[in-house]
Design a protein. Structure first.
Length: 354
């Protein structure tokens, strides 16, 4: 006997665990409280038993009980294309919701795909200005239970096994777009004034960015700081909360970011953030309260902000506490799940988004 169709199917057709995968994974656990929900494609940490595409299409031939259709929630170009085929050519009783984080005009192919969505959810009002069929603004949320402050910051840092007494970290792919070079330049200006601190770079360089990574290492050697900045490489997902808790400050210095989850994870962990003015950072970081936002590629401003946050112990603790308060009150995963649930219900009621 075939099981009934799920109310919501979340797609993950990318083999690697990316930032997009992380946002889908975070939502899945909470969504089960509201609807019958299944992951389609590659497994995620919160959903190890994913449906194959073939199985999901077979289940979607009939609508779920008490619903006019299933909703497929997609986040990538390939996912949009496949589910459009299922809806328009296989004539399955489904509707498609797409999450858009890009704060700029999409290129031609994704624009054409997005134009055929039933509803689009943007992560920020800026992203919403570039898409049709806008159903609402739903910021990404963070799991504030998984990411929480350390009971003892010094002990959390020691457990990481890194040199120095404190850490200033950057988390993400090592590449120019992520501004890893801006972080390294800032460390070259900051670390001589902060002898107890270690710079920490968490993330890997893809084959195309290995030369870029070598240039960063050479720059640190020239500055005599090769022993003060640690390249941890890509870390298992389960270790990231411990790393965040151990840091004293997170730096996010990209040249462009659609949204940016690592500052949310840091804030939930009681860690202040210094970031460049892109993504969602201006909306979640209040200058002087839980960090600072500086201009893109402003290495001098980035360095000064880092020095300001780390100027004394009491200031660091206060800003970390404020960061946690903002994360739990405004940026929880529950708020994101509730936003999506409202959009789904509106679709099921027959609302059309133009």
């Amino acid at each position: 006997m075939q099981h009934p169709a799920p109310e919501v199917l979340v797609t993950n057709f990318h083999r690697r665990f990316t930032g997009v995968s992380a946002t889908a994974d975070a939502v899945l656990g909470g969504m089960h409280r509201y609807f019958t929900t299944r992951l389609v494609g590659n497994p995620l940490p919160s959903a190890q038993q994913a449906l194959s595409l073939r199985s999901a299409l077979a289940l979607s031939r009939q609508p779920p009980p008490n619903r006019p259709f299933s909703i497929w929630h997609v986040r990538r170009n390939l996912e949009m294309a496949i589910v459009i085929f299922a809806r328009d050519y296989l004539r399955l009783p489904i509707r498609i919701v797409f999450t858009s984080a890009a704060q700029r005009l999409h290129s031609r192919v994704p624009r054409e795909l997005i134009a055929r969505m039933d509803a689009v959810v943007a992560t920020t009002s800026q992203a919403g200005a570039y898409v049709p069929h806008l159903a609402g603004i739903v910021p990404h949320g963070v799991d504030t239970d998984r990411f929480h402050p350390a009971a003892d910051k010094a002990n959390a840092w020691r457990k990481l096994g890194l040199p120095g007494e404190r850490g200033i970290g950057i988390v993400g792919r090592i590449r120019p777009e992520k501004g890893t070079d801006c972080f390294v330049e800032a460390m070259c200006r900051v670390l001589n004034h902060r002898p107890g601190y270690t710079g920490v770079i968490v993330g890997r360089a893809m084959q195309t960015d290995l030369l870029f990574e070598k240039q960063l290492i050479r720059r640190l050697e020239e500055a005599g700081l090769q022993d003060r900045v640690t390249f941890l490489g890509e870390q298992p997902r389960d270790r990231l909360p411990d790393i965040m808790r151990g840091l004293s400050l997170l730096v996010a210095s990209p040249r462009y970011e659609g949204y940016g989850m690592t500052p949310l994870e840091a804030m939930a962990s009681g860690v202040p953030v210094v970031a460049t003015d892109t993504g969602v950072y201006r909306q979640i970081i209040e200058d002087g309260r839980n960090g600072y936002v500086v201009a893109i590629e402003d290495v001098e401003g980035l360095s000064q902000a880092i020095l300001n946050v780390t100027s004394d112990e009491a200031r660091l603790r206060e800003m970390g506490s404020n960061a946690r308060i903002i994360a739990t009150s405004r940026l929880s995963i529950d708020k994101e799940v509730n936003g999506y649930a409202e959009v789904y219900e509106r679709l099921w009621r027959g609302e059309v988004f133009v």
